[in-house]
Design a binder for this molecule. Structure first.
Ligand code: GLV
Length: 309
């Protein structure tokens, strides 16, 4: 905010919920730059309401909330905040993997209910990660950072080779373990933990549906820190209830902040409130990157992280 204030006149929305569409349309009218969040729908109507707009800077790596193509047609730069949140998101993903396979949240609930009767040899047994397969759907920056941590837990990594959103390994990326490249069908049927790191697009919407869930191992866990609509929540509730998979850990939902009621009553699912990048360090870096992008574009320079140039 202070960097932006030095160079621009600011109209700051201070509500604690996403700004109403009508208010956004009203307030964006004369603006040249818009800093927005993933909870703001920047659609054609919003973009067309702002004839002077030059940059839309999303404070998120995902930008499915923005009509990027329409912005491009209108000559408006759209930027996101990649890289700065990669490590925090990968750490959180591993937090979810450990928490669901070792039943940490379920155990915490049991203790708080006063139901713990003491240590027992066969009490609340979880599932070990060592020697198991970690299937990564989406081998972009975050998928690769998740893969890089797998050797610490003794997991073998696999990804799928027959989908366009996978396996663009970057030379400057992290040191990666050996990654098996298999078909999507083999990935979902053989993985013990399946973790999703794809952007939300038409192609990835309900990528994990009832058919996929039914083909997973009964002992498998599903982890989603990408976007909610990649997983069919109703189908996931069914799969968890029927024991078609062992458990799931979610950070994102189809209609945030709503969570499908079928999931709320199940013990074998962790429901995190979209926190994967939520550290002070990372959120500060995300905000700073968005500010830099705005300042550069308004000064006539190239932004650091455009998505539609
Ligand atoms: C968070 O979900 C992000 O896309 O940065």
């Amino acid at each position: 905010m202070s960097r932006l204030r030095e160079a621009c006149e600011i109209d700051l929305y201070t509500g604690d919920r996403a700004i109403a569409r009508s208010e956004l349309i009203d307030r964006v009218r004369e603006k040249q730059g818009l800093v927005c969040l993933l909870t703001d729908q920047i659609d054609r109507g919003v973009i067309d309401a702002a004839p002077s707009l030059r940059i839309i800077a999303n404070i998120a790596v995902g930008y499915n909330n923005i009509d990027v193509e329409h912005a491009r047609v209108r000559g408006i730069v759209v930027t996101n905040t990649p890289d700065v949140l990669t490590e925090a998101t990968a750490d959180f993903t591993w937090g979810l993997i450990l928490a669901i396979t070792r039943r940490i949240v379920e155990g915490d609930r049991l203790v708080r209910r006063g139901e713990w009767k003491g240590w027992a040899l066969d009490f609340m047994l979880g599932s070990e990660l060592r020697g198991k397969r970690l299937g990564i759907i989406g081998m972009g920056r975050i998928g690769q950072a998740v893969a890089a941590r797998a050797p610490a837990f003794g997991m073998a990594v696999a990804t799928s080779s027959d989908r366009p959103f996978t396996a663009r390994l970057r030379p400057e990326g992290p040191d990666l373990p050996k990654i098996a490249s298999v078909s999507f069908d083999e990935l979902i049927t053989t993985s013990h933990v399946l973790t999703i790191h794809v952007p939300l697009t038409g192609e990835t919407t309900h990528l994990i549906d009832a058919r996929v869930l039914a083909r997973m191992r009964r002992s498998a866990y599903l982890v989603n820190t990408s976007r909610g609509p990649v997983v069919d929540e109703a189908a996931l509730g069914w799969a968890l209830r029927e024991g078609l998979i062992a458990g799931a850990a979610l950070d994102v939902y189809e209609r945030e902040p709503e969570v499908h009621r079928d999931l709320l009553g199940l013990e074998n699912v962790i429901l995190a409130p979209h926190l994967a990048s939520a550290t002070i360090e990372t959120r500060t870096a995300m905000a700073d990157l968005a500010a830099t992008n705005v300042l550069r574009v308004l000064a006539g320079d190239q932004p650091l992280t455009p998505v539609n140039l």
